[in-house]
Write a protein that binds this ligand. Structure first.
Ligand SMILES: [Zn+2]
Length: 712
């Protein structure tokens, strides 16, 4: 290679992906320059590419990827589609016509062909990949070693949602030295050549496959049970601010896996929701029915598939169940009460109405409730018990947001003054530095309430609200809020839900009745009324997080991020998804990390190693102030050091001298290990690290603090 060529190459690398990557590649090329055998060259290519990809990772990595947990999933915790339409075209990377041509073929509904994997293997009539293919592009000519490298490239591209242009550029760089690598990114990424789309229910639809999705998950993770507990999520996903274009994905989730990562089953695209639930769900229902009837045989193991929950918001639930909506007189899907129309709103004032059952639904006993037959009726699924109320929509985005708006913009009798709202906002902002790293978002001012996400509303009702509202809003309103907060907290707590579920039911019933007196019966909308049914959901499904939309919401956000341009959104997303395989990320982090020598080390543990961080699945405790509050041996404490001697791990901690219940209404909060802590700290003590049973969210105004065990 000439000096000039090398200089050009280096300049190009710097321009494309920055100095860090260029350094690795130039080192790689220099290293491989002398004549070597084919296998040595392959090995060096692999090593070099690994370093290069690692450099790119380092350069572009951001906080979206949680590498601190031992077991985690590769989704973006910040992504939510409730922010309204997002300008997907902001991320548009232009593709020149000679590089990218439409590969999509729209088929009629009769086709049920297996999707072609790579256009290289097709007969070439509709493939742009073929049009620029050479002999080196043939998949058959790619050796195992190259395949391994391509697999790494594919994983890197999926992890960073890399555009075809950036993958093409990287391939061009490496092909100057290793021409056997393909030059088309679609060959490396295994992009679908032709996307099969059916015209369905007023839009277009692509079916990825339920059984295929389950098998992909089973390939990645071992399920020790032979029963697959399947959850399904159906929801609308608006795409652009400037149009009504929307996706309606069907997502699946195997609920009895430790790693909760949804997979896509089908994707509808149209300018409104599907005109017919039966048409839209046809392929899914067929597959689900078949797998329920015939079981699932995979890798020498026979699985039973149980559809345990269809998790949707209320409009989607009524759509797929084919029943009256929540604005109809018979709109409650859990009880048979007839709604009351008050002040132009449909309200549901009764709290003890007769409950609907799977049997009463199947016999259509309340004919006013049904609009027709649901496509789900043909499956073995409880039409009431398996369609739970989702607390993300009903509580967080529903009641909590409604309360905040009532305080800010509601009737004068319950509206809070401007100064009071400002005071609450100031207190929220002051808690920014306290919020532990498990929270994707920091508290925001109420002036930004329109943009608050579901996670922020959850954070408010469970953690920051009880602290910031205390002594600021009228007592009666605070106590009403605390009924909601403590009742929902119990139903979300794996530790307390089972034991205190009757108490939670009574507390939440009180909340609804009290709410009606305080704010007016006209505000007893479906979401407020649904609170009386929440404890029943927890009795059926366990803690509310077991059947919430939060896990699906993150996946919907990921799907939306795959859109790079407004043309043919369905085909685009199907192709991007074809480039990805189900991937649960298992990080190999050690339990104790970041060694140091700063102490304190109690005399009983001299000659030990010291660490700053303690990692467990979904839990990171560190010596940083916001992440250092824990429950040790049943008492709140602040961690001062992590110690290891031989194979034994210990925590050095200090307890608080003054510990009291934070609230006493509707019960003493110490029952939930929620305390107000103050005073001086006791002497440093040591305990086996296994005695850390909870991590706390510690919220303080400087003088005293409140510790609330984290629930998620
Ligand atoms: Zn009801």
């Amino acid at each position: 290679m000439g000096v000039l060529q090398e200089w050009k190459l280096k300049a190009e690398i710097r321009w494309k992906i920055g100095e860090q990557l260029s350094l690795h590649i130039v080192l790689l090329m220099a290293f491989c320059y002398k004549p070597v055998t084919r296998w040595t060259r392959k090995r060096r290519l692999d090593d070099g590419l690994r370093k290069a990809l690692h450099a790119i990772d380092t350069a572009v990595s951001d906080s979206d990827y949680d590498t601190q947990q031992q077991v985690c999933v590769n989704y973006d915790q910040n992504s939510e589609h409730h922010s309204g339409a997002v300008g997907a075209c902001d991320d548009y990377v232009s593709t020149t016509s000679d590089h990218y041509e439409p590969l999509c073929a729209v088929h009629d509904g009769t086709s049920n062909d297996v999707l072609p994997q790579l256009s290289d293997n097709e007969n070439g009539t509709s493939s742009a990949v073929n049009s620029e293919s050479t002999d080196t592009e043939s998949v058959n000519d790619i050796s195992d070693a190259d395949d391994d490298v391509m697999s790494q490239l594919r994983e890197w591209a999926a992890k960073h949602n890399a555009s075809h242009e950036s993958v093409r550029d990287i391939l061009q760089i490496f092909r100057t030295r290793y021409p056997e690598l393909p030059k088309d990114p679609r060959t490396v990424l295994q992009t679908y050549g032709i996307v099969q789309v059916r015209n369905v229910a007023g839009g277009s639809y692509h079916h990825f496959g339920l059984i295929e999705g389950i098998k992909n998950v089973l390939n990645e993770l071992e399920l020790h049970e032979t029963v697959i507990k399947l959850q399904v999520n159906i929801d609308g996903l608006p795409l652009f601010r400037s149009s009504n274009a929307q996706f309606w994905p069907i997502l699946g989730l195997i609920a009895n896996f430790v790693v909760k990562e949804p997979f896509i089953v089908g994707l509808f695209y149209g300018n409104s929701k599907p005109s017919s639930a039966a048409e839209y769900l046809e392929e899914f229902i067929q597959e689900c029915s078949a797998v329920q009837r015939d079981f699932l045989w995979h890798m020498d193991k026979l699985y039973t598939v149980q559809l345990t929950a269809v998790v949707c918001d209320m409009p989607a639930r009524t759509f797929v169940k084919n029943v009256k909506g929540h604005t109809g007189y018979h709109g409650c899907d859990k009880c048979i009460q007839e709604g009351l129309y008050v002040a132009n709103r449909m309200t549901f004032p009764q709290t003890h109405a007769t409950l609907r059952t799977d049997e009463s639904f199947a016999s259509l006993s309340d004919s006013f409730h049904h609009l027709g037959t649901s496509p789900f009726s043909s499956l073995s699924v409880g039409m009431i018990t398996c369609f739970p109320i989702d607390y993300m929509h009903a509580v967080c985005l529903g009641v909590v947001r409604k309360l905040l708006y009532l305080w800010m913009k509601g009737p004068l009798r319950t509206r809070l003054g401007g100064r009071c709202i400002e005071h609450i906002s100031d207190k929220l902002l002051a808690l920014k530095r306290c919020v532990p790293s498990e929270f994707a978002r920091k508290p925001r001012s109420l002036a930004e309430l329109d943009r608050w996400k579901a996670t922020e509303l959850r954070q408010f009702v469970l953690y920051t609200g009880p602290v910031c509202l205390n002594g600021v809003i009228p007592r009666e309103m605070y106590e009403n809020f605390m009924l909601l907060s403590s009742g929902v907290y119990i139903l979300l707590s794996t530790e307390h839900c089972k034991e205190l579920i009757e108490q939670a039911q009574s507390i939440l019933l009180n909340f609804v009745e009290h709410f009606s007196k305080l704010y007016g019966e006209e505000y007893l909308s479906y979401n407020v009324h649904a609170i009386v049914h929440l404890a029943d959901e927890a009795k059926l499904h366990g803690v509310l997080d077991n059947v919430s939309c939060f896990v699906f919401e993150n996946h919907l956000g990921k799907i939306k991020k795959l859109l790079r341009k407004p043309d043919a959104p369905l085909q685009q997303v199907v192709k991007r998804l074809s480039e990805r395989t189900f991937k649960a990320v298992f990080t190999n982090d050690k339990i104790l990390q970041k060694s140091h020598h700063d102490g304190p080390v109690p005399s009983v543990l001299s000659e030990c190693r010291q660490f700053r961080e303690f990692h467990q699945p979904a839990l990171t405790v560190s010596l940083n102030a916001k992440d250092s509050y824990v429950l040790v041996g049943g008492k709140p404490a602040v961690v001062r050091n992590f110690l290891q001697r031989n194979n034994d791990c210990f925590v050095a901690y200090q307890e608080f001298s003054d510990v009291l219940s934070f609230y006493s209404y509707p019960f003493q909060s110490e029952r939930l290990n929620i305390f107000c802590v103050s005073g001086s700290l006791r002497e440093v003590a040591v305990a086996p690290i296994s005695q850390i049973t909870r991590k706390y969210c510690y919220l303080t105004n400087g003088l005293q603090g409140v510790v609330i065990p984290l629930l998620h």
